[in-house]
Design a protein around this ligand. Structure first.
Ligand SMILES: [Zn+2]
Length: 353
């Protein structure tokens, strides 16, 4: 089908959410940067043109680990970002190619295909011209997503409600379901000053189908806000933290400090040296259960997520995705296992390791 999704992908997002949780793996920018395919700093997804296989492979790994959604890698693939790197000419091919790669993986796997809009970094509440620029940038990306046959469209990582509303309007005009997720910074409020719950309520009133939080906060410092959002809205709630150990004192991954390292070029772990703060799979499983208990049904992770984290989400929800074929079986570990076939002298030596 040229427009309107694919029958091969089965029930749509809202039907799936009404039946149970939906997992959406995000974090393509960070994971592909680690793999050498994205330049940190500008963070523009040129890799979709430079090496489509690298993007296709990560889509497949996230799906294999349990993601129900293949999110086109168009994050930061908007007009302003391409202007900054002097490559506006590749804006349209980049978006179309990203959608095409994601569509291939969605079609082969039966997962949902999602278009993606992100924060533009040019929105200024007092500058009407910036509103027109942002609105136009969202409209052109929504147009390409629609032509690719997406099942729904994500607008993510916003901190201005005004900008978020522009994204929501553009998505609503397409007729596709809108998943809107906000980035909650240190103060815990939108840049206009209202609470995240209030912003989510206004987005729901304006027609968003799913509202919630993504990026910026780790599991521990996102959960309390999710509870407030759940209480404020009637629609489905999304929860996609970054898999980093944020704390009440350092509630966002941008604000984390690493006293154990004196070799950071600018003294700040974000975004290149967050490794020591990475949540393990058990922490992600715990977060998933907690978010599910408080009523969030659209679950996933953002920057920093790896396929092992996504599998932990799926298994915490009682699923066995294809990657569960290789889920741990520590009973058969040569030194720390319990299997009777293991060598006793190794098991005894384990305490010396
Ligand atoms: Zn993120």
């Amino acid at each position: 089908m040229a427009n309107g999704g694919s029958a091969a992908r089965g029930p749509g997002l809202l039907e799936r959410l009404d039946a149970g949780p939906v997992i959406c793996a995000e974090g393509y920018l960070f994971e592909l940067e680690r793999r050498g395919w994205v330049q940190a700093g500008p963070y523009v997804p040129e890799v979709v043109l430079d090496d489509p296989d690298a993007v296709r492979q990560l889509h497949r790994e996230f799906v294999r680990a349990g993601s129900d959604v293949v999110e086109a890698f168009t994050y930061y693939g908007h007009r302003e970002k391409l202007k900054v790197i002097g490559k506006e000419a590749i804006l349209e091919p980049l978006n179309r190619q990203a959608l095409q790669i994601a569509k291939e993986v969605a079609d082969e796997s039966g997962c949902l295909l999602a278009g993606d809009l992100s924060n533009t970094n040019v929105y200024d509440p007092d500058d009407a011209a910036s509103h027109r620029f942002v609105r136009r940038a969202f409209e052109e990306q929504v147009g390409w997503a629609l032509e690719a046959g997406v099942d729904f469209i994500i607008g993510e990582t916003y901190s201005w409600l005004g900008e978020t509303m522009l994204a929501l309007e553009a998505i609503k005009e397409s007729g596709k379901p809108a998943v809107i997720t906000l980035a909650m910074h240190q103060e815990g409020i939108m840049r206009e000053g209202m609470s995240m719950a209030e912003a989510c309520k206004r987005l729901e009133d304006a027609g968003a189908d799913v509202v919630g939080l993504n990026c910026s906060r780790g599991p521990l410092t996102m959960l309390p806000a999710l509870e407030q959002i759940r209480a404020a809205v009637a629609c489905h709630v999304a929860a996609l933290p970054v898999p980093y150990r944020t704390t009440p004192e350092q509630p966002t991954f941008q604000s984390l400090k690493d006293p154990g390292c004196d070799c950071l070029p600018d003294g700040r772990p974000f975004p290149l040296a967050l490794d020591p703060f990475t949540c393990n799979r058990f922490e992600i499983a715990d977060f998933t259960k907690a978010a599910y208990r408080l009523g969030a049904r659209y679950l996933g992770l953002c920057c920093g997520a790896g396929p092992h984290h996504v599998r932990a989400i799926a298994e915490a929800l009682g699923r066995q995705p294809p990657a569960s074929k290789y889920s741990p079986d520590m009973a058969r570990h040569s030194y720390f296992g319990t299997d009777p076939l293991l060598k006793a002298r190794n098991l005894e030596y384990a305490a010396q390791l």
